[in-house]
Design a protein around this ligand. Structure first.
Ligand code: DAH
Length: 375
């Protein structure tokens, strides 16, 4: 093959290499020249048919061309790779001076009621209580009768109950007016033999439960909403007594209000399901703009409690000659209000994002006794 033809071929392929704008185009040039059926490979195949004399000059010339082109292609490939990387780096560049967009966990807020509930459960769990629940839609039996409210007793009227329409069996269901029905449900289940599989040991006698949840009464003003939250406490054992009740409640107040000492005052009261019944006041100071618990010489009513009435224990299926206990009921919204200084209960349920931004809690700051309840 004349050298001039080799030069032309070389010039053509070199131009094609230089023109290749990406790896694919370059690969097409490589296959066209150096692949099995490529133009340079075809030339190499002609060597076999040449005379030794011809081969002497043509061999090194064609092989030289092959090597030279391979070198050019490699160099071009490296150049294209660098360019591609640079283009990618430019396209995917991150402006580190931009402010970080807050993640959902940083923007969301925990409602003060949920926060108070988490704090309450943390404190009572630490004392060995477990959590019990009951339905929001209750029967008259669980909400009143089993709790020793006699038929037609005026205490039933005081509850401003929301009743449903009469069902096919002639009875009217209701929205529970308090969490006390969970006392009955827990004692009944504790009495099942064997106990329900889901029950924790403290839901079988001796019983130590708290029952937080929604409650409903037809009432609405600055300190009452038709739906509100209560937490019930129940301890049933063979020797439970008021001294233990008082200790538990005082320990709770200290932990919840995050103060070293809180004086309490137990005043006689009346609830059909306890005998004796008491209302508990906590020591507070009202001299400033906000109420301070655990200071001063004023009193604030905070919950109702008492020794569980023998009729209630009997109606729940336990023997009141064997078991006795105490119970209490407390408004969660109210004690959240006291701790976090929210003036109007109705705002709790307005779903106003600005209110929640102000009074809400950060979602990952879970209240624990060791890590701090509200810090
Ligand atoms: N259930 C009562 C209420 O809603 C509160 C209460 C008082 C609960 C005394 C109790 C208790 O368990 O012993 O007004």
């Amino acid at each position: 093959m004349p050298t001039a033809d080799l030069d032309t071929l070389k010039a053509e392929i070199t131009t094609a290499i230089n023109a290749a704008s990406n790896e694919q185009a370059l690969d097409a040039v490589r296959v066209g020249a150096l692949g099995k059926k490529g133009s340079v490979s075809a030339l190499l195949a002609t060597l076999g048919k040449m005379t030794p004399e011809e081969r002497k000059t043509a061999g090194p010339a064609i092989n030289g061309l092959k090597n030279e082109l391979a070198g050019l292609i490699d160099a071009k490939s490296a150049e294209l790779k660098t360019k591609a990387l640079e283009a990618r780096l430019a396209a995917e560049r991150v402006d580190v001076t931009l402010p970080v967009r807050p993640a959902a966990t940083a923007r969301g807020r925990i409602h003060p009621v949920s926060q108070a509930l988490d704090e309450i459960t943390a404190i009572f769990s630490d004392m060995g209580f477990s959590i019990a629940e009951g339905p929001d839609i209750e029967t008259d039996y669980y909400n009143f009768t089993a709790l020793n409210f006699p038929e037609g007793h005026p205490a039933r009227e005081m509850h401003d109950t929301f009743f449903f329409n009469e069902g096919p069996d002639g009875t009217r269901k209701l929205l529970r007016t308090h969490t006390s029905p969970v006392q009955i449900r827990t004692m009944q289940q504790a009495n099942e033999k064997p106990p329900a599989a889901w029950m924790t040991p403290s839901q079988t006698p001796p019983i130590r439960i708290i029952a937080p949840g929604r409650t409903y009464r037809c009432d609405s003003d600055q300190t009452h909403t038709p739906m509100f939250h209560q937490v019930e406490g129940l301890v049933i054992d063979k020797t439970s007594h008021i001294g233990q009740l008082r200790w538990i409640l005082e320990e709770f107040f200290k932990a919840y209000f995050e103060v070293d000492e809180v004086k309490t005052r137990f005043r006689p009261s009346f609830f059909p399901f306890t005998e004796p019944s008491m209302e508990v006041d906590v020591q507070c100071d009202r001299s400033g703009s906000e109420i301070k618990i655990g200071e001063g010489s004023d009193w604030l009513e905070i919950l109702g409690c008492g020794m569980v009435h023998p009729n209630v224990i009997r109606m729940a299926g336990l023997d009141p000659d064997e078991y006795q206990g105490f119970a209490w009921g407390m408004g969660i919204d109210r004690i959240a209000m006291l701790k976090y200084g929210m003036p109007d209960l109705r705002a709790y349920f307005d779903a106003d994002q600005r209110w929640l931004d102000h009074y809400g809690f950060r979602p990952l700051d879970l209240p624990t006794l060791f890590g701090g309840l509200s810090s």
